[in-house]
Structures are given as structure tokens and as C-alpha cells.
Design a protein around this ligand. Sequence first.
Ligand code: ADP
Ligand code: MG
Length: 575
Amino acid sequence: MIKLLKFLKPYRNYVIVSLILIFFQSISELYLPNLMSDIVDIGIVKGDIRYILQKGEIMLLVAAGGTVSAIVASYLSSQAAMGFGKILRNKIFSQVENFSLQEFDKFGTASLITRTTNDVNQIQMVIMITLRMVARAPLICIGGIILAVSKDARLSLILLITVPILAFLVFVLYKKAMPLFDAIQKKIDRVNLILRENLTGIRVIRAFNKIEYEKKRFNEANIDLTNMSIKVNRIMAWLMPAMMLLLNFTIIAVIWFGGIRIDKGTMQVGDLMAFIQYIIQIMFSLIMVSVVFVMLPRASASALRINEVLEIVPKIKEPEKPEEIKNIRGVIEFKDVTFSYPGADEPALKNISFKAEPGKLTAIIGGTGSGKSTVLNLIMRFYDADSGSILIDGVDIKLLPQTKLRDMIGYVPQKAVLFSGTIADNIRFGKNDAADEQIRKAACIAQATEFIFQMKDEFNSEISQGGKNLSGGQKQRLAIARAVVKRPKIYLFDDCFSALDFKTDAKVRAALREETKDATVIVVAQRVATIMDADQIIVLQKGEIAGIGTHKQLLNTCQIYREIVLSQLSGEELI
Ligand code: ADP
Ligand code: MG
């Protein structure tokens, strides 16, 4: 929690001014009972109306001053707390943006969302309340005690009994509630997770008639969260009544003993009234502190969760001494690369070595799960290889700044991802300053114009969230256009042709061949027809290279390749 307070720094002035104002507010609150006691003891007892009015005016002024201070202080402390939340959310967001995929897998999307929203809210709230209450409470408490003792020291002894009881109460509740708060945040994670899965998987859920099942699953998580919250609130519900009871008993005791003292003539009525006010103020300030104490555990549970995110040092680091490639050619070389996904038993890639050269088409083929996408993930440096090295133009990619590396590459993922915005926006994602003409050309190469021109606003047609209003093949073609508009030295196509029909597939490849003449192209494919004319074909089998060569060579030398081919092509197509 303390660690996070550094994000409050930009609002330092707000905090200081609001603390000063709270000081004035507290002084005015403490001064009022004193004035009242004078009115009673001097004004009323002697029947001096002028004195009463005079003191009354001062009371009004003091009260007004206190109120204005309180309002401005509230305003400033809210500003500071909300600003703090803003900064913290930004920090978490940019930290998460730097995560490698390993770290993403570790937290999970749902939890990262809760941490950025709900957890930040918890802390924000505590900061606001703390600023307002905690600064005020000690002032009022100490000031109140001094003034109460000065009015009547013996009567103040009552506090010696009530304050320890109050402290004990708070301590017990704190102990009981603390462990539950962390549990609540975890349950919120779970509700978010199920909600997210349902929102993104709604088609599948409908198709498999799992609505009732999912409803039940959500309901269970929801009830779980509700029960836990009720449990916590049941404990917390004790706090206020117990404190009020204690406060009222204290007042009864004060009136009882005070009455006796007034009878004896050792105390005046006005003093007793002021005394009661002081006791109320002292007790209330302690109650305020305990409210904060009760909120603290929840906020510190949240702070822990946020710190977990902020403290991750992304595994993929920027090089200390970055190297630069002057004239990028785009030669990619794998040297004995082995890589396992975190937590996996088997390496996804084992001792992979190959070289992909500019102006040549390198194809990777193999069954699902053979490690094809993983090869591309490593070139993109989404993950770092465990051993071996990957070189571009002879430079280890770990020595290249990540942005420089990715700038060289036009990457089309296996599953096309589009963003909300227009078609043109989505293609321009590949190159911010692309002119309309370039966008048109890229779309043309990707064979996307045909369906774009059928849309109402053509390139300015809106794409709904995630590209739901496009077919798989259409999305894939936009993703290809997005890579093409970049005009990179290296193209990585991850199985993106499988979503296209044979005719479009052939057309796209023909257009690409012209466009990517001088670039290094790596194509991952399922269909032999897609890659038959590649300069070199790498056959992957369970993370290992089963053969490298041209179509003809592999047909003669590689059993696995032959099997793949035979399962797809008829005899006369083979040659
Ligand atoms: P392909 O693209 O050839 O179908 P992948 O390269 O995607 O295969 O996957 C290779 C292997 O790595 C598979 O066994 C798969 O289960 C595993 N794998 C892929 N992605 C992850 C991941 N993020 N975490 C753990 N294992 C993964
Ligand atoms: Mg794949």
C-alpha cells in the first residue's frame, strides 16, 4: 500500500492544502462547544441577551468558516484520490502492455481487468477517506481530550474505560474481516472470468445449447461472491451499532456523574454541555479512525494484487547495448533453437536450425501442434528461446530493440484480429502514415477490394468489435493487407491462407509473389498446394525438423512429407 503512495506525488499540493483546511475545520469544531458553554454559563444564567447575541454571531462565523474549509478540503482530497487512481490505472496498463505472453498467461485477462478497475477503486476510496478522516481524527481527539480535561479532569476519567473497549472492538473485527477481503477480490476475478468467457464464446455456447449450464456456472460464482460479501458485511455491520451503543453509554455516564457534580456545585451546566460535546467528538474521531482501519485490509489486499502486476519484470528485456542493422536484408537464421512453453513437459521446438533468405519463399508444414506457430512466435520475440539463437542478418534478435525488430516484420497471425474502426483504419494499423493509395493497393494485393467495394461505405465501412460483421476469410484478407501495407523486409504468414477458398488463396499468393519479390517470406501452411512451389519447405513433426528441401526433394527423401502430400493430392498433381 505504502509503495503505491508515490503515485500521489503529482497531487502533493492538493493534499497539503486540504490538510491545512482540515486543520481549520477541526479547530472550529473544537471551538464551538467552548462558545456554547460561555453562552449558557454567562449569557443565560445572567440573562444577558446582548452577550448571547454577540457570542452567537461569533459561533455562526466559526461554524461557517469550518463548513467552507470542510467543503474545499473534500473537493481537493477527492481530486487527489481520483487523480491517483488515474495514474495508477495508467501505470498498470502500460506495465501490462510490456508483458510478454508468458506473463499474460500467468495472470489471465479477467484478473488483469479486475486489478485495473476494482482493485484501484478500493485503494482510491481509502485514500480519499483517509485524507479526510485520519488527518482530522487525531487533531479532534487530542484537542478534545485537552479541552475536556481542562473543563473537568475527574469526569474525564470515564474515557479511560471507554477508549480501551473501543480499541478492543476494532481489533476483533479487524482480525475477523482481514482474511475475507482477499477472498472477495478473488471471487470478483472469477465472476469476471466467467462473464468474459461467456461474452466472447456466446456463439459456441448457443450452438451447443449450453446456455442453462453457463447460467448455472455464472450463478454459482455470483452467489459465491454474494455470500462472501454478506459474510464480511455481517461482521462489519456490528461495528456501527456497537460503537454507537458505547458512545451513548459514555454520555449517560457523563451526565450521571456530571449531574452529581453540578448538584455539589463543583461544575456548571454550560461546562457539562461542552464536556458532552467533547466526549462525542473524541469518540467520533476514534470511530472514524476505526472505519479507516476496517477499510484498510481490503485496500491492502488490493494493493498487494496491484503490486504483483507492477513488480513483474517482463522476461523479455530490451538489450543493454542494442545493435543496429544498417541495410536490412532480412536473412533469418535459426541455430539449434529449443523452446518450451512455461509449464509444458515437452519442448514445443527441439534443435531447430534453418536459414530463410531474402527473395526466397520458405514454407513450414506439419500437423497441428507440431510447432509451426511457435517458430513464428519466436521470430516475433513473443517468447524467448530456451537455448540456441535466432539471428537476423547475423545479429541475435535479443540484441535488437523490440520495436526495431517488429518494424522489420509483416506478421499475419493464425487468427485474424481486427479492431473497432473502419476498414481503412484497420489496414493503416500496419503503417500509420499510409496514404489512401497505399491502402487501396494493399487491399488489392490481399484480394480484399472485391468485398470491400460491396460494402456501403467501402474503405470507410465500420468494422464492429472484433470484426464480427466479416467472415473468417474476409478478416484474414484484411490482416494480410495490414501486413502488406507496411512493406516490410520480412513476411510471416501463420496459416492465414487456410481460411481462404482455393481460388482466392491462389490469387492472393500470385499477387503476393510479385509484391514480396525481394523480401524474406515464411509461410506456415496446412495445404500442400499452397506451398508446393516454395524455395524450401520445412517439415515439422512434434517440434522437430523431419526434413528440409523443395517439394521434389522431399517427396523422395521425407516419408512424413510424402504422407501429408498423399493425403491431400491425387496422383497426377504430385509432380
Ligand atoms: P501449430 O501451429 O503447429 O499447430 P503450435 O506451435 O501452436 O502448433 O503449438 C506447438 C505446441 O505447443 C502444441 O503442443 C501446443 O499445445 C503447445 N502450445 C502452443 N501455445 C502454447 C501456450 N501459449 N502455452 C503452452 N503451450 C502451448
Ligand atoms: Mg499454429
